[in-house]
Design a binder for this molecule. Structure first.
Ligand SMILES: *Cc1c(COP(=O)(O)O)cnc(C)c1O
Length: 400
């Protein structure tokens, strides 16, 4: 026997205007027939019962489900979760971290504008700003962002954006986020931060006055090396504008399948980050004691020159760090070959530990810089792996 659907009966008495002013989040059917995991809405379009409702939906493209290049219920579900985690009014998920980064940069600048960007920002971000945006009359000055005076000195009357990344992901340098955001505001410029390293669990830059936060979801948030994605978070006004313009016009959308995978990853983010933090610190402390290691760059270590700032603006640390080796590049590549648990590969944030060996830039002294990503394996096994590989190359370590 079917029950009368009271909710629908009530709804039919609510004026149309009120029924369709819900946000995409509110409008989500959170019951999903009791499905324990968000279903994948595998469809491009959403149909309407009446022409009136159809036309009404177009008044707010961001918050009504019309077509999946604008939004999709599975993706909206993830956006809501991420917004809550980051303490943002609104989130928009993209096809990749670079999709989110390029959209947010494009939303802040136009022809004739100037950007100040930290010189250790993610490589493709720097390339976008220096080589690509210059074609459209947007100039960028790159500065060592550890010192806010560098940012102040680089700013011009037409500076519209200060682009931050803290910590950076090769040298793990920080910017004072509160000071940078306050300065940007004082000159009428916006701030964007790439917060991928710390995740929304360990750093919430919006609370410190930053305008937009971007994350590569591909890393810790997804957490399983099974998808590529990005997100931009901020006020309803700024993210709404990105949704209506860069998201809709450039089309770097997140698919519902990816959103469902990321939503699964998100469930274990706090557990994974707890383990990453403790294992990352244990491995970093050990690496510090090795005779061929000159310096370890990990903001969570008290030996990091900006450790106090790290503690003041982050509530924890993740497990990607680097060390400067007192050995030639070829030796450290051979060491990487010897490692069993640390795979050789870019990216990070999944289960497997990773290693890359890089030539030093002019930024550092001689030697080479080795980046380690500490995954979810046993930290004892990882430390033993590091020692065994070093002993195999006679790098003066006693194997454990
Ligand atoms: C990986 C990464 C990006 C780019 O993310 P994609 O998902 O690969 O596009 C941006 N910033 C940082 C710090 C990253 O590590």
């Amino acid at each position: 026997m079917s029950q009368p659907n009271n909710k629908n009966q009530q709804n039919s008495k609510v004026p149309l205007e009120e029924r369709f002013t819900q946000t995409a989040y509110d409008a989500l059917d959170t019951r999903h027939h009791g499905a324990i995991h968000v279903p994948i809405y595998q469809n491009s379009l959403f149909a309407f019962e009446t022409y009136e409702a159809f036309e009404h939906a177009f008044k707010d493209l961001m918050h009504n489900h019309i077509y999946s290049r604008g939004n999709n219920p599975t993706v909206s579900y993830l956006e809501q979760k991420l917004a809550e985690l980051e303490g943002a009014e609104e989130a928009k998920c993209f096809a990749s971290g670079m999709g989110a980064i390029s959209a947010s940069i494009l939303s802040c600048v136009g022809q004739g504008d100037h950007t100040v960007c930290v010189d250790q920002a993610y490589g493709p971000t720097k390339e976008l700003l220096s080589l690509y945006m210059s074609r459209f009359g947007v100039e960028t000055t790159f500065v060592d962002g550890r010192f806010i005076d560098n940012i102040r000195e680089a700013a011009r009357p037409n500076t519209k954006l200060i682009y931050l990344e803290s910590p950076t992901t090769m040298y793990f340098e920080l910017q004072d986020l509160q000071a940078c955001a306050a300065y940007a505001r004082s000159i009428g410029a916006r701030t964007i931060i790439d917060g991928t390293w710390a995740t929304p669990l360990y750093q919430n830059p919006l609370a410190l006055g930053v305008d937009l936060v971007v994350h590569s979801i591909t890393k810790y948030i997804g957490g399983h090396s099974d998808c590529v994605g990005g997100v931009v978070l901020g006020s309803r006004e700024l993210v709404g504008r990105i949704g209506n313009q860069e998201y809709m016009l450039l089309g770097a959308i997140m698919t519902p399948q990816t959103a469902a995978l990321v939503s699964k990853g998100l469930r274990t983010l706090p557990l994974r980050m707890e383990r990453h933090e403790s294992s990352g610190l244990a491995v970093a402390e050990h690496v510090r004691t090795l005779p061929f290691v000159r310096r370890v760059n990990h903001p969570g270590l008290p030996s990091h020159p900006q450790h106090d700032l790290a503690v003041s603006q982050m509530s924890g640390s993740s497990s990607l760090f680097s060390f400067v080796a007192d050995a030639p590049l070829q030796t450290m590549k051979a060491w990487a070959d010897e490692l069993k648990y640390f795979k050789i590969g870019v990216s990070w944030g999944g289960f497997e530990s990773l290693v890359t060996v890089n030539p030093v830039s002019e930024h550092s002294e001689d030697g080479c810089i080795v980046r380690l990503y500490v995954g979810l394996e046993s930290p004892q096994d990882l430390i033993a792996d590091i020692n065994r590989a070093a002993a195999a190359l006679s790098l003066n370590v006693v194997s454990t």
